[in-house]
Design a protein around this ligand. Structure first.
Ligand code: SF4
Ligand code: FES
Length: 392
């Protein structure tokens, strides 16, 4: 029997006023007509609490694009869940925030694209967005809600990490998430324009270490070394089907929000299946749960129950096989792909590929084999996909 999940990610909508090039949502987004209605989400929240979840992350897309966001927060709170709103903030004002707090909202996680308005608005693809966020942050605090600032970092803003830390302090955030881009979903298309250099990463890591020492008691900084420079993978989602589940705007129940892009899965849907059935009995949740599915070198590795084999979505994104050893691991025969991707990025320009709203796109992105790999032996690029990626 599997343990209970601790948290549920409720992807209320894929609609969003921003167009961040590192969006980890699928390349093919769900339309408004496909979204779950209020009553179904209310049932999902009750089922999540009954299953053992302690908190719900209300996300998207932009969750406040839902007209029923107050009702949704109210239902989640009444179910007994700690409610965290993950928002770009540009649709919020003082009245909305006060109403959200009255509805039971517990916490706000506000994203920023950069410390400089011009760059931030270019990255987010939304003119005036940065100024709006700066205005909204004090309104969050005025509504009595704790504030986390979520800074998604990459090659084009990482050099301004000191300014981003200063911004978090200025805005009164209690916590700053310095989130390196995860290359799934739409973000994979922009990897060459986003991957930082080793020198940038080393400087950022030193900046975080110094800030943690100097700001102890004032600001908590979350920071994880990005996968492309790691020697061992992180325990993505705490392990497939172990601690976390997500529900997509159209109701699919997923072990992580990026899993929807993996081919060969029949993910259950809340319209037909309870969260408990999906969690405890579905093939999709069981496929990569535990360690029994692992190939060598994970099988028997002393880190197998620490990292749970890393990220299945990243294994697919890089190798085309969701069951492959995570290339982040130096023991993986595909580990060299990461250095090749970093090399490709070093020679690439800064232009982003933005989503064109409402235009159909490829449902499953092909694996991103580094360009220089394409002329090499096919053994290391088996074409036979995968995210807690940053989004708005
Ligand atoms: Fe983790 Fe597998 Fe690498 Fe061992 S071999 S560290 S279990 S990814
Ligand atoms: Fe899907 Fe890691 S397993 S994001």
């Amino acid at each position: 029997m599997s343990d209970a999940p601790l948290a549920i990610l409720a992807e209320l909508t894929h609609r969003c006023p921003l167009r961040c090039p590192y969006c980890s949502n699928p390349t093919a987004l769900a339309g408004a007509a496909e979204e779950l209605d209020t009553a179904t989400w209310a049932r999902v929240f009750r089922e999540a609490a009954e299953l053992g979840c302690l908190q719900v992350h209300l996300s998207g897309g932009e969750p406040t694009a839902r007209r029923d966001i107050l009702d949704l927060v109210c239902h989640a709170s009444e179910a007994g869940l700690y409610t965290n709103l993950i928002t770009a903030g540009v649709l919020l004002d003082a009245a909305k925030l006060a109403a959200l707090a009255a509805a039971g909202l517990d916490h706000v996680q506000l994203s920023v694209q950069d410390s400089e308005a011009g760059s931030a608005d270019r990255i987010g693809g939304h003119a005036g967005g940065h100024a709006r966020k700066l205005a909204v942050a004090p309104l969050v605090l005025a509504a009595g809600l704790p504030l986390t600032l979520n800074a998604v970092v990459h090659r084009q803003n990482l050099d301004r990490l000191p300014e981003l830390i200063a911004l978090a302090l200025t805005l009164g955030a209690g916590r700053l998430e310095v989130a390196h881009v995860q290359y799934y979903g739409w973000a994979l298309r922009n990897r060459d324009a986003l991957l930082p250099t080793r020198a940038q990463l080393d400087a950022a890591t030193a900046t975080v270490a110094a800030a943690r020492r100097g700001l102890k008691g004032r600001l908590v900084i979350d920071y994880v070394v990005p996968d492309y420079y790691a020697a061992r993978p992180k325990a993505c989602m705490g392990g497939w089907g172990r601690r976390f589940l997500a529900v997509s705007p159209a109701g699919r129940i997923l072990p992580c929000h990026a899993a929807e892009s993996l081919p060969g899965f029949d993910f259950p849907n809340v319209r037909e299946t309870s969260l408990r059935d999906a969690w405890e009995r579905s093939e999709a949740f069981g496929r990569f749960r535990g360690t029994g599915w692992m190939p060598a070198p994970c099988r028997g590795c002393d880190r197998a129950e620490i990292d749970w084999g890393g990220c299945r979505c990243q294994a697919f994104a890089l190798t085309g096989d969701a069951g492959a050893t995570e290339p982040t691991c130096a023991l993986s025969p595909h580990h060299g792909l990461l250095a090749l991707a970093v090399g490709d990025a070093a020679e690439a320009g800064e232009a982003f590929s933005y989503r064109e709203p409402r235009r159909a796109s490829t449902p499953n992105p092909p694996p991103q084999i580094p360009r220089r790999e394409s002329g090499l032996a096919a053994a290391s690029s088996r074409p036979t996909f995968q995210a807690h990626g940053p989004r708005e």
